[in-house]
Every structure is written in structure tokens, then in C-alpha cells.
Design a protein around this ligand. Structure first.
Ligand code: GAL
Length: 392
């Protein structure tokens, strides 16, 4: 286990698409090709979304005699051909396995066969590995199991982003970088809801934000290693074009306000942005949201700082994130059921202080104005206003 490897990968949070939230265990080769095509056609690739990741269920239920993973009958052309297709679209290719005897859906996984599988992934042209935490752990702790794959990936002749998915159970922000990880899940699975009941599976968007506010993980976050509040649920829900491939645990689509909040906060957190919807039926609203250049610039800011809350009182929240140009992104979030004004002052957010004037830009509308320090936004229920503030 080393932490002195060159860290050229994931200098900014990885952007891409993953099959799980839209296709769960029904994913096929054709779905992945269609997603790659759609990333190109919608302009999402050109906006920066580059990884196409096949999640659980791509593998056959038996390995070969040596223990290598084999593609299931739903991937009849094999994974190398699929990787070629994705690469030919100007994108990068990712696969999934688990640090246990089995994946979460009961398929063969990689514990004890890390080197063999890392070599397979490299031979196939894999650029990204999502590595889950299911199956029998054979008495080995998480750090040991994830380090085994981190070492295997660093020994192969291909640069592969290592996405640790142990749901934040063992505080991976403390050890993720040291085992070669480039991102690590900090939360349980995100579902396409605003809030989930505590006794049901997964977290809603508001629950995930609470979790990200509560854990002490922001210091570990930055170029080469990112806290991951899970993949985006924008576009998912029973009325949002998903009839063919009903996503798991979905009751209703997030409203437009909730989707704005979801995206604004994932950008403010400098989170990895892995799209999780069927891109062949993406709405105009969602496409415009996901390609908002002002928001993506906040997510991809080279300083790589995770936004943190400055104030959370009742239904009004103010969060901010320092940016490389000396400015800051400031988010005003309304948790309540009525529109309200939320205000703060530059002295209370993470921006370089001491200037007489500050330029403010509304990241949704592009409107600009100046202030000597006061910041106030009217925010609809469950919505988020987000501005970029720059000392003059
Ligand atoms: C979960 C993981 C999900 C998805 C799923 C596949 O453990 O958090 O993102 O990968 O397994 O079975």
C-alpha cells in the first residue's frame, strides 16, 4: 500500500454516466452503446461528461476456469469491443466489480483475484473501475480489501480511475487516497426522491445533503481524491420516460426545484457527476440543467474544494465554496414549503474578504450585479439559488 504514486487521474471530479440508476440489473450492450451515442448527440460529452460505466450485472454467473470474469449473454460482443465503441465515440469506458466474493446482485466478483481481474480490465481497455462492497469479505477489513485492488490497478499498464463504493461505512475519506482511490462513496445509495423514510432503502437528495453536512470529510477532498455523494438521479422517476426500464425504488420524479437543488449542491460539493438516467429520453430541462456551464465550472474548479455549510437554521441554509480565482460560489437553499428571502454577507461565506465591492453572478440566469457585502436571494420551496461572488 503506497500513497506516493503519480496522481494524474481525476484532478477534477470525474464526470460521466453509469448504468445503474436507469437500467439496474437489466443492462445490455445495446443500452451502453445508446448511452454513448446520446452523450455525443446531447452535447453532454462536449460539456465534459466522459466516462461510460457499466454497473453491476454485466458478468456471467460463472467465471472461467482460472477465475476470470466473463461477460453475460447480454454483452454478446464482449467487453473489449464495447470499450472500443465507447472510445471511438471520444469517451472513456468503465466497469464494476466488488471487494467480496460476489457483487450486490450475486455475480462473481474480485476478492482474492484482484491482479487477474485488473489485468483483464486493462486488456479490455477499461479506464474506470467502480468497486463495490458486497459478497463475503472472508474476514478481511475494508482497507485491506480495497488496498488489494488499488495495488493491482497500479501494477497494470493502464491508467484506471479507482472508484471506491463502500457507502462511507468505514470513513473512506480517511484512507481512500492511501489505497489508490480517486473517489469514494460517502453515503448510502441515492434514490430519486426528496426524502426517503428512515426504514426504507436509500437516501433522498435532502437526506444526502444532511449526511454531507454532518460528516467531517471535506478536508480529505481535492484533486485526485473525491468524496462521492452518489450518482445523479436527475431525469429519473415513473413519469420521466422510464417506462421501459423502471428504475429501482422510485415513486415520483424530483420536481424542477428539487432537481436544481440536487445539481447545484453536487456542483457546490465538487462531487463526481455521474449521470444516472436513460439519456435517450432526456428532457430539455434536464439537458440544460446538466450542461449549465456556470455550474459545471464550480464543480470542476481546479482548487477542488468541497463546499460546506456556513449557516443551517431552520428552513434557510447558506453554503459556500472557495474558487481558484479568489471568488466563491454561494448557495441559498430553502428547505421549507413557502418562498422566502435568504440573506447573508460576504464576511460570513468562504470568499476572499476586504474588498470594497463584489461582483455577483446568478448561476441560473446569468444576471450580474454589484454589492458592498450583502447577499440576498428569494428562493422557492426546495429550490436553491446559487451565485458566484468575486471581489473587485
Ligand atoms: C450498490 C451500489 C450501487 C450499485 C449497486 C449494484 O451497493 O451502492 O451504486 O452499484 O450496488 O448492485
Amino acid at each position: 500500500m503506497t500513497d506516493d504514486r503519480p496522481r494524474q487521474l481525476a484532478r477534477t471530479p470525474p464526470l460521466g454516466w453509469n448504468s445503474w440508476n436507469a437500467f439496474s440489473c437489466e443492462v445490455t450492450d445495446a443500452d451502453i452503446r445508446a448511452a454513448a451515442d446520446a452523450l455525443v448527440e446531447t452535447g453532454l460529452r462536449d460539456a465534459g461528461y466522459e466516462y461510460v460505466v457499466v454497473d453491476d450485472c454485466w458478468m456471467a454467473s460463472e467465471t472461467d476456469r482460472e477465475g476470470r470474469l466473463q461477460p453475460s449473454a447480454d454483452f454478446p460482443n464482449g467487453m473489449a469491443a464495447l470499450a472500443d465503441y465507447v472510445h471511438d465515440s471520444g469517451l472513456k469506458f468503465g466497469l464494476y466489480s466488488s471487494a467480496g466474493s460476489e457483487t450486490c446482485q450475486g455475480y462473481p466478483a474480485s476478492l482474492g483475484r484482484e491482479r487477474l481481474h485488473a489485468e483483464q480490465f486493462a486488456d479490455w481497455g477499461v479506464d474506470y473501475l467502480k468497486y463495490d462492497n458486497c459478497g463475503d469479505h472472508r474476514g478481511r477489513d475494508a482497507i485491506d480489501r480495497y488496498a488489494a485492488m488499488g495495488d493491482a490497478l497500479s501494477s497494470v499498464d493502464r491508467e484506471i480511475v479507482f472508484s471506491i463504493c463502500e457507502w462511507g461505512r468505514n470513513e473512506p475519506w480517511r484512507w481512500g487516497r492511501n489505497v489508490g482511490g480517486h473517489l469514494w462513496r460517502a453515503t448510502d445509495d441515492l434514490v430519486a426522491k426528496w426524502r426517503a423514510d428512515p426504514d426504507e432503502f436509500g437516501l433522498g437528495v435532502a437526506d444526502a445533503l444532511n449526511r454531507m453536512a454532518d460528516i467531517d470529510a471535506a478536508a480529505a477532498h481535492g484533486p485526485g481524491g473525491w468524496n462521492d455523494p452518489d450518482m445523479l438521479q436527475i431525469g429519473n422517476g415513473p413519469d420521466s420516460g422510464q417506462s421501459e426500464h423502471e428504475a429501482v425504488d422510485v415513486q415520483r420524479p424530483l420536481t424542477e426545484a428539487e432537481r436544481r437543488t440536487h445539481f447545484a449542491f453536487w456542483c457546490l460539493l465538487a462531487a463526481p457527476l455521474m449521470l444516472g438516467t436513460d439519456l435517450t429520453s432526456l428532457s430539455t430541462f434536464d439537458r440544460e440543467l446538466l450542461t449549465n456551464e456556470r455550474l459545471l465550472a464550480i464543480d470542476q474548479d481546479p482548487l477542488g474544494i468541497q463546499g460546506t455549510p456556513d449557516r443551517r437554521d431552520g428552513d434557510a441554509e447558506v453554503w459556500s465554496k472557495r474558487l481558484a480565482d479568489g471568488g466563491a460560489a454561494v448557495a441559498f437553499h430553502n428547505r421549507g414549503d413557502d418562498a422566502r428571502e435568504i440573506s447573508t454577507h460576504v464576511s460570513a461565506v468562504d470568499v476572499t474578504g476586504g474588498a470594497a465591492r463584489y461582483q455577483v453572478c446568478d448561476c441560473w440566469t446569468g444576471n450580474e450585479w454589484e454589492t458592498s457585502g450583502s447577499l440576498a436571494m428569494t428562493v422557492e420551496p426546495r429550490d436553491t439559488a446559487i451565485v458566484r461572488v468575486m471581489p473587485q
